[in-house]
Structure formats: C-alpha cells, structure tokens
Write a protein that binds this ligand. Structure first.
Ligand SMILES: Cc1cc2nc3c(=O)[nH]c(=O)nc-3n(C[C@H](O)[C@H](O)[C@H](O)COP(=O)(O)OP(=O)(O)OC[C@H]3O[C@@H](n4cnc5c(N)ncnc54)[C@H](O)[C@@H]3O)c2cc1C
Length: 469
C-alpha cells in the first residue's frame, strides 16, 4: 500500500493550495481529483465567469463611452464562439499551471474518486475501474467543494434550463434570459448576457437582491439592470414552466401571492451551491455533517475525527475561493506541525456585477444590531477626477466606524474596481485601523483609492472634496 504524510481530496483552490503548501513544507503529499484540476473556481466558476464579465464590460464600454472619449471604433460586434475559445484558453493555461506547481513542489496528483474508508485511509476508484487503497500517516484533508443546487420544478436540460456551469459556456447569446435567484452568481452572469443584448429578468424570492450585502450598494446595481431594460421581481417565486410551441419557455411566477407568467428563451437557475459531502465515505469514519450538509471544522481545520480536516466550500460559508485557499495554506501548516490557526478579522467579498460591489467587515446595520453606535463616511465616485476620466462615476465608498473611537468596522464599495480596492479595506480591518490611519495615508492622485481616503475622512467630518454634514 502506498503511504503519504498527507492526502488531499479535491484540487480546487482549497485542495491544490493545501497540497502545494504541504509540498513546500516537505510533507509527502497526494492530491486526488475526480474531474479537472482547479475545481469549480478555475474550470467553471471564478475565472471563466470573470473572463466573460471582462469581455462584457469592454463591449459595453465600446458601445457607451468610447465615442464620447473620442475613440471611434466603427461597428462593434461580439462573437460568442471566439469569446468561449479565448476563455477556454485561459482555463487551460491556469489548470496547466496548477499541475506544474503541484509537481514542482513535490506533490503527487492522482486522477480518481476518493472515498474515506478509515481515519487514515482512502480508497480511490480510477477511470479504468481499478481501486487502490492509500494511507496517510498525518492527515486527510477533505476539499471536495460544492455543486449547483437544482430545483425539482426546473430540472437542468443543459440547453434551456441551465446552471452556472452551462451559463459560462454558452456559444450563443439568448435573446431573453430569466435568472432564478438574485444572488451573486445569478446577477454576475445575468448582467454578462444583458450586456451582450439579452433581455434580462431576475426573479428573487427575498425582498431584496444580494441579501446580506449593504443595500445602498445593491441599489446602484439594481438601477443599472433596470436602466439597461432588465426587470427585477422581488418577493417572487418561480413555480414551474411550460415549453411553448415556438420553442420558448413560459415561466410561472408567484409574485407576492399573485400569479404571473414570463416568456423567455433560457432559464438560469442560480439559487446557490450545496457542499459535496455525500458519497465521500464520511459515514464510514463517523465524520459529523451539519444540517445544511457542511462538514464543520475547528480553528485548526479539524473535523470531529482528529486526523480528518475539512476546508473550502465543504467546511461552510462564505463559499469563496480565497477563503478556501487561505484555509488550505493554514491547514497544511497545521499538518506539518507548525503553529498555525484560522484567525482573521474579515473575509472580504467581491461581487463582479456592473458596477462591482465589494465588502469587508460589518455593515452599519450589523454594527448597530451589535449595539455599536456608528459614524459612517461616504464618498461618491461622481466627485472623483479618476472616475470621471474613466467615465465610471456611479457608486461610492462607504466606511463604517465606531462613533466613539472611529475604529473601522466595515468598508462597502460599489463602483469601478471595487474588487481591487477592497483589499485596502480588508487590510484596515486586519490592522484594526482607525479612520484617521486611512485619512492620513497619502493616496496617489488621481486614483480610485482616493475615494477610500476621503470616505474615511468623511467619517470624521473632514473630507475635502465633498461637503461634510
Ligand atoms: C459561476 C461561479 C462564479 C464564482 N465566482 C467566484 C469569485 O469570483 N470569487 C470567489 O471567491 N468565488 C467564486 N465562486 C466560488 C468558488 O468557485 C468556490 O468558493 C471555490 O471553488 C471553492 O473551492 P474548493 O476548493 O472548496 O472546492 P471546488 O472548487 O468545488 O473544488 C472541489 C474539487 O474536488 C473534487 N472532488 C469532489 N469530490 C471528490 C472525490 N470524492 N474524489 C476526488 N475529487 C473530488 C471536485 O471534482 C472539484 O474539482 C464562484 C462559483 C461559481 C459557481
């Protein structure tokens, strides 16, 4: 029987990062993957969707702002086939890079489906049907990720009723697109196809889009969807559908108790992801699952079985690639015997809608619910030279501080490059910064980052380029 120090099941951003770090720490490591190296993130999640989002943003700019800037492009067209080929090229480069990194750090990669058979052994079923049992002396890391949730009344058919996996691979832009679920994935992908001309309808069961996100930020994105001709139903449930004679799909909605029908060409079901905790042998070893199917872990990544670790989407929300990777790095260090634990002030979130939203820490409402009096600073991109030069003035930076101490509690951004700018907000929270620390830090001019400096100053009543109220 082959024996390793550590076995990692799954090679998504949690698993592959963990295996690389284990290799760097001179641990004999095996990473097992049943599909493609890179997991959801590289193959049909973060990277493919962001490639399409960037293409959509470029196309949108070519149509809307470039002529005003004095750049005449003639006719601007899009070619979904070329776009898919380009996107697939990026995926290939990145997954090839991961294979190379695993190898150069001494971690072995095995293709097959792994099942736990004991606290330190896994069975791997390979494509040729053969089965191998492999042992790990120090630990087994479960990094099996998550899968799209399917709703019974909208079974995927791969063409007209689809999930995110199919939605990032469309080689034809639908004329009409109905998205069930106004969460991150639904809005990101819905807005891509809206930018390329699809009539977009979003159906959200909750009273707001992007539940849990600063609603001032969300309103900016909702207005953009509507400005482009999209329709948003809130407090609305998609009940079922009927195929029409002309090939279209009539979706039946329950909107605040009233029936309504929307005819569309493609339905994207984006109601969330569920953890891949079934079929991996947890029951053979007695690993606990919570009621939502996650495999909870302590600050060292350990499940209730001490030799078995859980990271990434499997271990619980937020289901984000950077959370999975950070857990992967830390748990590798724990297994290698280093002093390491999960200990962070915040996990920032980036939503790649148009414009982008990015958040770190508490919203004003969350802070108030904890009994903290807040002072909120806000600076609009409309007052910023760089944003004007980019012709992207919608949105703002909001800094939530403790009213008494002015310590930063949260940062919420909607606008251009919000996803890049939020790293400074996350750093501020990790360093337990005060509004003054940010306001006194010289930010280069002209940049979008100046909005963060001004918002922090505004929380102290000292912004320069807007009136302090
Ligand atoms: C459309 C979309 C867009 C997204 N965009 C973003 C984004 O912009 N930013 C962000 O942070 N997050 C984003 N996410 C979420 C992100 O993709 C996940 O949080 C991340 O991939 C989780 O990483 P993971 O390593 O936990 O699992 P995964 O990436 O799901 O990888 C798990 C791997 O384990 C393998 N596996 C499962 N079971 C077994 C088994 N028994 N044996 C062997 N292998 C197995 C699977 O095949 C898979 O390759 C997006 C997701 C989607 C769907």
């Amino acid at each position: 029987m082959k024996t390793y120090d550590a076995i990692v099941i799954g090679s998504g951003p949690g698993g592959y990062v963990c295996a690389i770090r284990l290799g760097q720490l001179k641990q004999k490591t095996l990473c097992i993957e049943k599909e493609e190296v890179g997991g959801v993130c590289l193959n049909w999640g973060c990277i493919p969707s962001k490639a399409l989002i960037n293409a959509a943003h470029t196309y949108e700019k070519a149509h809307t702002s470039m002529a005003t800037m004095g750049i005449k492009l003639g006719s601007v067209e899009h070619d979904p086939n070329a776009m898919q080929d380009w996107k697939e090229g990026i995926v290939k480069r990145l997954t090839g890079g991961v294979r190379g990194l695993l190898k150069s750090n001494g971690a072995d990669l095995l293709a097959g489906t792994a099942t736990l058979v004991s606290p330190n052994r896994v069975e791997v079923k390979k494509a040729d049907g053969s089965v191998e049992t492999i042992e790990a002396t120090k630990g087994i890391v479960l990094a099996t990720g998550s899968t799209t949730i399917e709703i019974p009344s909208f079974k995927f058919d791969g063409k007209q009723i689809i999930g995110a996996k199919e939605a990032v691979s469309l080689r034809e832009v639908p004329k009409r697109l109905l998205v069930i679920g106004g969460g991150v994935i639904g809005l990101e992908l819905g807005m891509v196809y809206q930018a390329f001309g699809a009539e977009l309808v979003v159906v959200e069961a909750m009273p707001t889009l992007l539940t849990g996100v600063d609603q001032d930020c969300v309103k900016v994105v909702e207005r953009r969807i509507q400005k482009r001709g999209g329709k948003v139903y809130k407090n609305a449930k998609a009940m079922g559908y009927e195929k029409q004679a002309d090939g279209s799909v009539a979706v039946k909605l329950d909107v605040e108790g009233k029936p309504e029908t929307v005819v569309t060409d493609v339905v994207l079901v984006a109601v969330g992801m569920r953890p891949n905790s079934r079929g991996i042998g947890l029951e053979n070893v007695g690993v606990n699952i919570d009621k939502r199917g996650f495999v909870p872990a302590d600050e060292f990544g350990r499940t209730n079985v001490p030799t078995i670790y859980s990271i990434g989407d499997l271990s619980g929300p937020p289901m984000l690639a950077h959370k999975a990777s950070k857990e992967g790095e830390i748990i590798a260090e724990v297994i290698a015997g280093h002093k390491a634990a999960k200990d962070w002030a915040c996990i920032p979130g980036a939503i790649f809608t148009d414009p982008e939203i990015a958040t770190a820490g508490l919203t004003a409402e969350e802070a108030q619910a904890k009994g903290i009096e807040v002072s909120v600073g806000k600076f609009p991109f409309a007052a910023l030279g760089k944003a004007m030069a980019m012709m992207e003035t919608d949105g703002f930076v909001k800094v939530v501080t403790d009213k008494k101490t002015k310590q930063v509690l949260g940062v919420h951004i909607v606008g251009p490059e919000a996803s890049t700018m939020i790293s400074e907000g996350a750093l501020a929270l990790e360093m337990a910064a005060f509004a003054e620390d940010i306001a006194l830090t010289i930010h280069p001019h002209p940049t979008l980052g100046e909005a963060f400096m001004e918002a922090a100053a505004h929380a102290m009543g000292a912004a320069v380029h807007i009136v302090n109220r």
